[in-house]
Design a protein around this ligand. Sequence first.
Ligand SMILES: Nc1ncnc2c1ncn2[C@@H]1O[C@H](COP(=O)(O)OP(=O)(O)OP(=O)(O)O)[C@@H](O)[C@H]1O
Ligand SMILES: Cc1ncc(C[n+]2csc(CCOP(=O)(O)O)c2C)c(N)n1
Ligand SMILES: [Mg+2]
Length: 302
Amino acid sequence: MNLSSLGEREVIDRIWEIVGKKENYDDCVYLDRGNYYQLITTDFVGEGTHFMDNWNARKIGRFFATINLSDIAAMGGEPEIFMASMFFPKRMDLGFLEDFMKGMLEILNDFNVPYKGGDLKESRIIGFSGIAIGKVEKERIMLRNAINKGEGVYITGELGKQAAGYFLWKNGIEEGADYILDVYPRIREGREISKIARACMDLSDGLASAVVFMRNANYGLDIDFNSLPIHKLAYEVSEDYDIPLEYLATGFGGEYELVYTSPKKIFGKEIGVVDEEIGIWKDGNKIKGEGYAHFSKALDKA
Ligand SMILES: Nc1ncnc2c1ncn2[C@@H]1O[C@H](COP(=O)(O)OP(=O)(O)OP(=O)(O)O)[C@@H](O)[C@H]1O
Ligand SMILES: Cc1ncc(C[n+]2csc(CCOP(=O)(O)O)c2C)c(N)n1
Ligand SMILES: [Mg+2]
């Protein structure tokens, strides 16, 4: 059986079956260190899947550091150190590596996170695997499933810009790539949000995936599509290329904004409530889809 007939989530379940014990899905692993939790997260980006070798290397570096720090932000934490393993083909120009490092360090410097080394290997494609370690006060940790009935659902930033960028790029408009890479770690927002909110995740795979991942045994996110903050580029791309706005705003992902539930708004916009009624609703109809999944054929068709 090949991986595309299973899809990303099923493959991860198979991994845990082999281990024989299942860890909770969350943005970071958290370890009890006495009076705080240590947060550990790893994220990989690779050529062909997340970027192409002719894209702006400095922006790829910024993107790479951002997506790794983003998982610390989603738990309400502060990043402390960063490490990176790098894979390069022999043919690659040193200039790409130099520009990549500049971009990566720009983001790390914004949060005073020291780069502590990693690993370097020859490979057929360019790839980067990061490890970010951070910490959060015990009473401020935010978990995906710690939602409570009656809380509001909120989001930082806008949806659909990266999806729009992807389809522009796919249609020959090279600048589309810059929109895909234009993300920023919501560490400062996460720190503020964690003073009040208990449930949060970052949007790597789209808002539809938050609906799947943040539900618990009793409640979930009840989201009103018409209240979503959608980037203007998504409206334009939806119109110009005849791609459903619902898909661009909820099904593609790559925004790395924070979705959180809370008794009150701290940052961003209210988009729904925690309720027994679960889903993203548009004019009485539930929007289909569960977000971006690796190994799936969805993007090939788009
Ligand atoms: N190789 C793996 N082995 C075991 N668990 C895995 C593996 N890859 C991913 N997972 C688990 O699956 C979950 C991934 O869920 P999800 O993709 O929502 O998390 P994420 O790290 O925030 O995402 P992303 O990679 O999209 O930024 C995590 O809890 C992670 O530990
Ligand atoms: C060339 C190219 N094609 C498509 C995309 C979009 N993209 C790739 S993976 C992903 C989901 C999150 O990733 P992950 O689950 O790995 O964190 C998204 C939105 C891209 N960035 N570059
Ligand atoms: Mg995450």
